[in-house]
Design a binder for this molecule. Structure first.
Ligand SMILES: Cc1cc2nc3c(=O)[nH]c(=O)nc-3n(C[C@H](O)[C@H](O)[C@H](O)COP(=O)(O)OP(=O)(O)OC[C@H]3O[C@@H](n4cnc5c(N)ncnc54)[C@H](O)[C@@H]3O)c2cc1C
Length: 465
């Protein structure tokens, strides 16, 4: 797709060298952390704008709105849901990385206000130097921006201890789809922005509650099966952990290969606990040990974890360059997760699964699908379609693909429930009638001339090939 001449001229006049519709940059922006290859659905945008200020965003929104052009906000494109790529080759990418980065720590309110394009790790480093820390963060800590993380759901390590994102986000500064600045403070309204993939506006600043920077100690145990581990999890809740994670044996095998470890290739449980004083450590370990014994697990030396922590966080973004993996996230009830994990492992032996217990009832599964080398285009498409089907299968186990990017448009209701969907639709109607930010990413669009929803069409195509 190319932009109509008059539209191109307006963007070019206003953004000069910060606008491009040359093929190479458009191709560079045609994928996120996953290089999906779906038949008949193009992902190459019509242009790219690098915005440097809120005024730039407002300008871009106003031109887009007047010319009926779609805008696609992009943080660091690490979300594996297609939210930052063009839908049917339509839309202009709004690259937010060039925005000014500002951070302000309010020690009295125990809160931080920072630019939404800042990466989570870069803010955490500054916070830690000031004796405070974020209450929770995603696994993709080094790469994700605050804006992208919130727009895809905002859960992570620490939500088990500190509660859901809307309890800890004090406000969001956004530029709405009609080009106005707004501060969102109401909890219910903040909730609508979680998982909205930008359709309600571009988040420019976030304000988060903080915790004191007490050290996080690790405790590790292993279990024979996903079922045993997930049954055991409940028993650990009264230890008041900061977070609990789970790794499947394939993932443990990768740790063994990478670090020449000799870990048992079983299911690993990793518990993080905030420790305020040295004296707390030993009695806590005793309590952990008892729980592990009661639940028929095995204690593992915690020193293994320092390398594991570095790999799982620091190397994730390299997937963007290597294209050797594809990721998905599924939020699923803890009680149903073992069945789904077993199904995934049966379907693809090499599959790697990292689970984060995000609340007392839910686990967020990060599923790493390996891509084989030297696949033809059609084999790549088949593999993407198989992955799509496997993720959709989570719905059978009361799970839901975690966010509503392009490939899962239409599943909002399943993820966030019907009441929330009605609220979002009402909100969109009231504030976002133009629907020109990330069109088709949260709610399905019908393909013109075809009386069929995009998702239905995708399902048919993927079941044929
Ligand atoms: C390996 C891996 C681990 C992950 N672990 C977790 C986890 O533990 N917890 C968790 O919650 N998520 C997790 N995720 C998903 C995670 O939320 C996203 O990958 C990441 O936060 C996206 O950040 P980003 O800046 O790259 O956003 P992008 O990928 O650039 O954007 C994501 C979506 O948000 C929109 N968007 C981007 N910036 C803005 C903005 N400023 N305003 C409005 N909309 C915007 C985009 O249009 C897109 O729809 C993980 C993903 C991966 C690949």
């Amino acid at each position: 797709m190319t932009l109509p001449k008059n539209v191109r001229a307006q963007f070019l006049r206003n953004f000069k060298e910060n606008f491009s519709d040359e093929l190479i940059p458009r191709l560079l922006y045609s994928k996120d952390i996953v290089d999906y290859k779906f038949p008949f659905i193009g992902t190459v945008p019509e242009g790219v704008i690098t915005v440097n200020s809120e005024e730039d965003i407002i300008k871009a929104i106003r031109i887009a709105s007047n010319t009926k052009t779609i805008l696609i906000p992009r943080g660091n494109a690490t979300a594996p849901f297609g939210g930052t790529i063009a839908h049917n080759n339509k839309g202009i990418i709004l690259d937010l990385r060039g925005m000014k980065k500002e951070i302000d720590i309010d020690m009295f309110e125990n809160a931080v206000i920072c630019s939404a394009n800042m990466r989570i790790a870069e803010v955490e480093k500054i916070l830690n130097e000031n004796g405070v820390a974020l209450r929770f963060y995603p696994l993709i800590f080094y790469s994700a921006t605050f804006g992208g993380w919130i727009a895809t759901g905002g859960w992570g390590l620490g939500t088990l201890a500190y509660g859901p994102p809307e309890e800890n986000i004090l406000n969001l500064e956004v530029i709405t789809p009609d080009g106005n600045k707004k501060i969102i403070e109401d909890k219910e309204e903040i909730k609508l922005f979680l998982g909205s993939n930008g359709i309600l506006g571009i988040i420019t600043k976030v304000k988060f509650s903080l915790r004191f920077h007490s050290k996080l100690e690790y405790y590790i145990a292993s279990y024979d099966s996903a079922n045993e581990l997930l049954k055991a999890v409940k028993r650990f809740f009264d230890l008041k952990p900061f977070s609990i994670q789970m790794f499947n044996p394939k993932q443990v095998q990768i740790f063994n290969k990478t670090f020449s470890y000799n870990l048992p290739e079983r299911y690993l449980l990793i518990l993080l606990k905030e420790v305020h004083y040295e004296e707390e450590k030993e009695p806590f370990f005793e309590r952990f040990l008892n729980k592990v014994k009661e639940t028929r697990g095995q204690i593992i030396n915690k020193h293994y974890y320092s390398n594991i922590e570095k790999t799982q966080w620091k190397t994730m973004e390299t997937a963007k360059i290597t294209n050797r993996f594809s990721f998905s996230l599924v939020n699923i009830p803890i009680l149903e997760a073992a069945k789904y994990i077993n199904y995934l492992q049966k379907s693809i032996k090499e599959i790697r699964i990292i689970g984060t217990i995000v609340s007392k009832t839910q686990i967020l599964l990060l599923i790493v699908f390996p891509f084989k080398d030297h696949l033809t285009k059609s084999q790549q498409r088949k593999s993407s379609s198989k992955q799509f089907r496997m993720i959709q299968r989570s719905l059978k186990y009361k799970g839901s693909p975690y966010s509503t990017g392009l490939w899962f448009a239409g599943t909002y209701k399943k993820i966030y429930n019907e009441k929330q969907q009605i609220k979002l639709q009402k909100y969109v109607k009231k504030f976002e009638n133009r629907k020109n930010i990330n069109l088709g990413k949260v709610f399905s669009t019908s393909i013109k001339k075809l009386p069929i929803r995009l998702r239905t069409l995708l399902m048919i195509i993927t079941s044929i090939i």
